[in-house]
Design a protein around this ligand. Structure first.
Ligand code: BES
Ligand code: MN
Ligand code: ZN
Length: 514
């Protein structure tokens, strides 16, 4: 059944409905009454040995826990999950050992917690007792566990699909560490934000038009107290946002530009975030082949990350002002679509020759980057599923980080690493600008140069960054969407990429380290 706008909305709702609860449980591991209890194991000779903190479980099994797990094939490798029925020896029904590898980092702990909770889908109540001596360790276990308890089922019927874990209890010595409550609360906020990003990316374009995405931003703003302004297609034409209008003109679903704002009374700095929000990228008249197109619902992953980050920032309340722009359009081919060789006027006046309508992200981003300059930010960070070349250069999981300032780029790479997201600094070689020269306009949206496509796109965006503004560009084409099998806390489909990095950047700016 088509709605009045010709959209097929007969199949389901917009977001998934699971909410996993999380709490601390200081009881002894053997006495915790749950369906499964997760412990960490490390490599030990040919087998695995329980990590610190599981002594009372081991005692309940007559000191034979390592022997039992090794007999089941456990070797303590990262991502490995070994299930051992407790048969009444402890209160939990199942003892689940997850491999931590040697000398686990915070990210290793997040991944282990995520892998274990993911493997326990269909189980209601789970205790997670990974080794934790500090609040940071608790935060890592909590976030990994919450992120592993994700499933996007808004469009499924029937009950064959296992639902994610409903209740997580963080147990073991970490549960009573100083600051554990705050660590869990922070994990909750970040997990909620990442869930929002994943849900938005996973929602099919039949159910997430530009107008819908702007509507989601309005809903989130209402719930978190962010202020919001939405420019519709009429306001975009009147305002001179030629990039967003040009990309959006081929679709029956008109484009939007959303501006969100968070402010702190003691803020001395302003962060501007800009996200690419192409709700579906067919390529336009420069049409994509089918196997490149089927995952292009993920092309709004940058905008989703900005929205998710702002939702988290509103709850975490760092001492910084943050504005976020979502540049939203649907890139479709039609009789009204922009043509290769059309010329657009970007907000602020620069003209662009559109040589390839599939290089649409940089067009919508240019408008929003120029507009964000009006907020006089101390730092402008844009995030976009911008180029296939990002995947060629860095693979599916590592974001490319480019900037107009080497120092700020490396600080952002470091912030991403601390947040648990893979990112790598990339250059913007000056010689690439020449390839973007246009025969008719100020710049072309595609280069005559074949190589370094991620850097070419960054070079294009750099032209639109207002003078004197420090700018960082994150290309998350690969990281935003997992086409492969789930791993660690990362599911198939939308991953939630970049939201945590953006939150970390806001916190670093608030603390004066950025
Ligand atoms: N949305 C794509 C980039 C992309 C590719 C994102 C794969 C996620 C996974 C972007 O709009 C695009 O089509 N870029 C072109 C640019 C080219 C025409 C200059 C590309 O990378 O091929
Ligand atoms: Mn494209
Ligand atoms: Zn795109």
């Amino acid at each position: 059944m088509l709605d009045p706008k010709g959209r097929n909305r007969s199949t389901g709702g917009l977001t998934s409905c699971y909410v996993t609860s999380i709490s601390l449980d200081g009881a002894s591991l053997a006495s915790i009454d749950v369906d499964a209890i997760v412990i960490g194991v490390a490599p030990d000779g040919p087998g695995a040995a329980p990590a610190a903190g599981a002594a009372d479980l081991d005692a309940a099994l007559d000191g034979r826990l390592a022997e039992a797990l090794t007999a089941l094939g456990a070797a303590g490798k990262p991502g490995e999950v070994t299930k051992l029925p407790a048969l009444g020896a402890v209160a939990a029904g199942l003892i689940v050992a997850v491999g931590l590898g040697e000398d686990p980092s915070a990210e290793d702990v997040r991944r282990a917690a995520g892998a274990a909770v993911r493997a326990l889908a269909g189980t209601a109540r789970v205790a997670v007792a990974l080794p934790a001596g500090s609040a940071d360790d608790v935060a890592a276990a909590a976030l990994g566990a919450l992120l592993g308890a994700y499933s996007f089922d808004a469009f499924r019927t029937g009950d064959k699909h296992k639902s994610p874990v409903e209740e997580i209890r963080l147990a073991g010595p970490g549960a009573s560490a100083a600051g554990a409550e705050d660590a869990v609360e922070r994990a909750r906020v970040l997990a909620d934000s990442i869930k929002l990003v994943r849900d938005l990316v996973n929602t099919p374009p039949s159910h997430l038009s530009p107008e819908d995405l702007a509507g989601e931003a309005e809903r989130v703003a209402g719930e978190t107290g962010l202020s919001i302004e939405v420019l519709d297609e009429k306001a975009l034409v009147e305002g001179g946002y030629g990039g967003i209008v040009g990309v959006g003109q081929g679709s029956v679903n008109p484009p939007r530009l959303v501006r969100l704002a968070y402010s702190h009374p003691e803020a001395t700095k302003t962060l501007a975030l800009v996200g690419k929000g192409i709700t579906f990228d067919s390529g336009g008249l420069s049409l994509k082949p089918a196997d490149s197109m089927d995952w292009m619902k993920s092309d709004m992953g940058g905008a989703a990350a900005v929205l998710g980050a702002l939702a988290a920032i509103a709850r975490l309340a760092p001492k910084v002002d943050v504005v976020g722009y979502l540049a939203i359009a649907e890139n479709m081919p039609s009789g009204t679509a922009q043509r290769p060789s059309d010329v657009l006027r970007i907000y602020g006046g620069k003209t662009v020759e559109v040589l390839n309508t599939d290089a649409e992200g940089r067009l919508v981003m240019a408008d929003a980057i120029v507009r964000a300059g009006e907020d006089s930010p101390d730092l402008l960070v844009d995030v976009a599923t911008l180029t296939g070349a990002q995947l060629v250069a860095l693979g599916t999981r590592t974001a490319g980080v480019m900037a107009n300032d080497d120092d700020v780029r490396e600080k952002v790479v470091a912030a991403a690493g601390r947040a648990g997201e893979a990112a790598w600094g990339m250059p913007l070689p000056a010689e690439l600008r020449k390839g973007l020269d246009s025969a008719v306009a100020d710049i072309a949206n595609m280069s005559g140069e074949r190589w370094g496509g991620m850097l070419v796109a960054g070079t294009f965006l750099k032209e639109f960054v207002p003078d004197g503004v420090r700018w960082v560009h994150l290309d998350i084409a690969g990281p935003a969407f997992n086409k492969g099998e789930p791993y660690g806390y990362t599911p198939k489909g939308g991953t939630g990429a970049a939201a945590r990095t953006l939150v970390a950047i806001a916190e670093d700016l608030a603390e004066g380290v950025l």
